[in-house]
Write a protein that binds this ligand. Structure first.
Ligand code: MN
Ligand code: MN
Length: 318
């Protein structure tokens, strides 16, 4: 046993008690003391339709009290491998997109310059752009992206270039994301135009539609994701609308016919061994989540990402 922060054990405190933090970890504002920073980004100013993801971090913190210490499938004990803490929320401005993007980037620059790796709870999917601006500034990174949507549109509403439907086009344009090391899994849903996915495909992203996902089978999808991401630094971005809305109804842009929670867990576990440098779970929208189940799913996917991230971080440290 290490002296790293751990969620309290079953002798200490009931899980419904205490101040809600991610996975019942301590809050730590000195980023130099931690290896993995669990952060919230309570902002949905990029949302084009049903807003509400600004409330995601608080509900994910609440439901993350269900998380224990060890991954039953992989055996990974992330809190033993790494010093993990809740670093609070990125500062945001709910009435300004550009100011929010700057504030979020600055917050993540502080995390990165302290040598910590971020794992975030959104927020809508635009929050991934300022996170990448902070942690991929020196070289483009690869990405394993779970989503119903490619999020590579050019603009909305006559020229708005910063929305939750555009972050990965901007990230490629800005040299943050290596499209040839990017795989998008679960893509589906009706399109505005037959050319909606052309940018992603032309840039070299590997799109695995939900139809191809079920045609290939999960082990082949994992192998393909690992092949695309390769050996370089890789970010994991998990939009809960990649899941079927049966499992995650509390989100702004649900699309039926998605993968299951178990399939998502297996895919994330299948990323163990990649050079993972950060991750996020986005688009949990509590106003559309009366049962709280989507927040439980979001918290659990954060834990699954945390396990493979802690494994990667601890191997780099050695
Ligand atoms: Mn998305
Ligand atoms: Mn989506």
């Amino acid at each position: 046993m290490t002296d790293n922060p751990q969620p309290p054990d079953l002798d200490t405190m009931p899980r419904f008690a205490g101040v809600a933090t991610f996975m019942r970890l301590p809050v730590e504002h000195d980023f130099s003391k931690i290896d993995i920073a669990l952060a919230g980004v309570p902002w949905d100013g990029g949302t084009t339709n049903r807003a509400g993801a600004r409330h995601g971090p608080r509900e994910i913190r609440n439901m993350s009290s269900l998380i224990r210490r060890i991954n039953h499938a992989s055996g990974i004990a992330p809190f033993s491998l790494c010093r993990v803490a809740d670093v609070g929320d990125a500062p945001v401005n709910p009435i300004s997109v550009p100011d929010s993007l700057d504030r979020i980037r600055t917050f993540y620059e502080r995390i990165a310059s302290a040598g910590a790796v971020p794992l975030s709870a959104g927020g809508d999917h635009l929050v991934t752009l300022p996170i990448l601006r902070a942690i991929a500034a020196r070289r483009p990174v690869g990405m394993v992206h779970f989503d119903a949507h490619s999020d590579t549109q050019d603009s909305y509403f006559g020229g708005e270039r910063y929305t939750h439907g555009t972050p990965f086009r901007r990230a490629v344009e800005e040299g943050l994301l290596d499209p040839k090391r990017t795989v998008q899994i679960g893509i589906r849903g009706s399109l505005y135009d037959a050319h909606d996915l052309d940018f992603a495909r032309d840039a070299g992203m590997r799109i695995i539609t939900i139809e191809e996902f079920y045609g290939l089978g999960i082990d082949a999808v994992i192998a393909e994701a690992r092949r695309v991401a390769g050996d370089g630094p890789t970010y994991v971005s998990f939009d809960v609308d990649g899941l079927d809305p049966v499992y995650a109804p509390g989100t702004g842009t649900p699309e039926i016919g998605g993968f299951t929670t178990h399939e998502a867990q297996r895919m994330i576990r299948g990323l163990q061994g990649l050079d993972l440098i950060g991750g996020d779970v986005v688009e949990v929208a509590p106003p559309f989540d009366p049962s709280g189940n989507t927040a439980i799913v979001g918290a659990t996917m954060m834990f699954e990402i945390l396990c493979v991230l802690a494994d990667a971080r601890s191997r780099r440290k050695r």
